[in-house]
Each structure stands twice: as structure tokens, then as C-alpha cells.
Design a protein around this ligand. Structure first.
Ligand code: HPA
Length: 271
């Protein structure tokens, strides 16, 4: 596996027009940020040796290199989800490659269902911590020596980045929430009883991504910032039918605010 990672990284180093320290995973809710990136190169996943290929609707599947907020960035337009059938090693393969390319800061976004009664659809939630409710840990197997066998997880989401995010949101006058993100395998959304259970376990939002990538990035010493758009509510009598289309629609409404926050954070943060 690691030979594949270094082969992919070496291939990309030949193609990279810049040497970014910042990476972004443009999940649901951040797709439009791609338009703000001054693109220097866009490489379809299908052209990158050993890269998995994305299958989900609404995800393009390419790696973008360019400038955002005056900094060199690389961005994944489309990510790999465990529910699609990829192994955890495949889901987190791009993170290992990012580490080999010299990435030190990662911004990641997702859509999620709010389990906190104080949340509303369309809210932006900065992720303060997570609960890994997926059936596997991406670090399962022989330890890759980018980090220890038993990694500390007391600060998986970097406090400095979180403080900066709060400052930027306050300056822009955006109301934001803070909360714990719980990741399930998916692809089912939750039953009302499952939402209730997750709320009791300490989750403020539930989704199907992000946690594997953050675990591996953290193991590589990459600082992480995560943000969720609350696209539906798993709260008592507010529970309604959820569809992928509604999730997309609610996420689209939050896109401009999400994009503005991330762009400004990148401008100010010395990665
Ligand atoms: N549950 C899980 N994943 C999700 C949800 C949800 O309610 N909304 C968007 N992604």
C-alpha cells in the first residue's frame, strides 16, 4: 500500500504547478469553493495512478491545484465514502498522499443531520470533536510510521483553527454552531430511534464521512478543521423524510457562507 502512496505522490509532484501546504476536501456544502480557487491545474481522479474513482452524484472527482486566499492550495473535488464500497484504506488514500506532498493543514466539509434541539436546517456547525461510529478504524492494520501505534485523539480538531473560524464568522456576522460530529457507515439516514440514541451518546450532528480522513490526517500530524452544514433535523417531532436532493439543496444555501469562512481562514492562517 505504501509503495502505491509514494508512487502516486511522486507522479503528482511532477504535475503540481505549486507546492501547497493547505488542502481542502470539498464535500457537500463546499463544492462552490472550487469556483473561488484560481485554478492552475485540475487532474481527474481517473488519471491519477492508484487513485480510487468517485461514484456519487454531484461529485466531480478531480484534484485541483491553485490559489485561494493568496495561498497555494490543493483541493479534492469529491471524496470517497465508505458506504460506496471502498475500504477504509481507499477512503483515506488521498490523505496519505497529501502528507507525502507536504500538506500540513486540512479543511474538510460535509452535510449532516442535526441531533441537537437548538439547531436549524441551514446552520453551519464547526466540528469540535467526533465520535467514530463507523464499523472500522482507518488505522486498523500495521502501523504506518507517520504517527504512533496508539494515537492521542484529545485534540483531533485543531483549537487554533477553531478559534480563527469563530473570529472570522463573528467578523462576517454569521451565526454558527459548535458541535460533535458522529459518523456512521451509511448509506441509510437514521431512524427516529437512532437519531435519539446518537443525541444521547453526545452527538450534535450525524453524517457519513469526515471521521476516517481526520483520523488519518491527525495520525500524519496534519492540523484539521471540519465544518458541517445541517441539512436536516433528527430531533423529536421535527423529523421529516430526508432525501439526497434536500440535503443538496440545504447545503447549497449554506455554500456562500461556508466558502467565505474557509477562504478567509486560509488567507490568515500560516500553514
Ligand atoms: N444522517 C446521516 N447523514 C446525513 C444526514 C443525516 O441525517 N444528513 C446529511 N447527511
Amino acid at each position: 500500500m505504501y509503495t502505491h502512496i509514494t508512487e502516486t505522490a511522486n507522479w503528482l509532484k511532477q504535475k503540481m504547478p505549486n507546492a501547497p501546504k493547505t488542502a481542502i476536501i470539498l464535500g457537500t456544502g463546499l463544492g462552490h469553493l472550487a469556483e473561488k480557487i484560481e485554478k492552475l491545474a485540475a487532474i481527474p481522479y481517473a488519471d491519477i495512478p492508484h487513485f480510487p474513482v468517485s461514484t456519487v452524484e454531484g461529485h466531480h472527482g478531480q484534484l485541483i491545484f491553485g490559489k485561494l486566499g493568496g495561498k497555494d492550495v490543493m483541493a479534492m473535488e469529491g471524496r470517497f465514502h465508505y458506504y460506496e464500497g471502498y475500504s477504509m484504506k481507499e477512503v483515506t488514500f488521498p490523505i496519505r498522499v497529501m502528507y507525502e506532498l507536504g500538506i500540513t493543514t486540512l479543511y474538510v466539509s460535509n452535510a449532516s443531520g442535526g441531533t441537537n434541539e437548538a439547531f436549524s436546517i441551514g446552520d453551519i456547525m464547526f466540528i469540535t470533536d467526533h465520535i467514530n461510529f463507523m464499523p472500522e478504524n482507518p488505522l486498523h492494520g500495521p502501523n504506518v510510521p507517520t504517527g504512533p501505534r496508539f494515537p492521542d485523539m484529545s485534540e483531533a480538531y485543531d483549537k487554533k483553527l477553531l478559534a480563527l473560524a469563530d473570529k472570522v464568522a463573528a467578523e462576517k456576522g454569521y451565526k454558527v454552531q459548535h458541535g460533535v460530529y458522529l459518523a456512521t457507515q451509511g448509506p441509510t439516514f437514521e431512524t427516529p430511534s437512532e437519531y435519539r440514541m446518537f443525541a444521547r451518546l453526545g452527538a450534535d450532528a450525524v453524517g457519513m464521512s469526515t471521521v476516517p480522513e481526520v483520523i488519518v490526517a491527525h495520525h500524519c500530524g496534519i492540523r484539521c478543521f471540519g465544518v458541517s452544514v445541517i441539512t436536516d433535523l433528527g430531533v423529536g417531532d421535527k423529523i421529516e423524510k430526508v432525501t439526497h436532493e434536500e440535503v443538496q439543496r440545504a447545503a447549497n444555501a449554506a455554500q456562500p457562507r461556508m466558502a467565505a469562512i474557509i477562504e478567509e481562514m486560509i488567507r490568515r492562517f500560516e500553514a
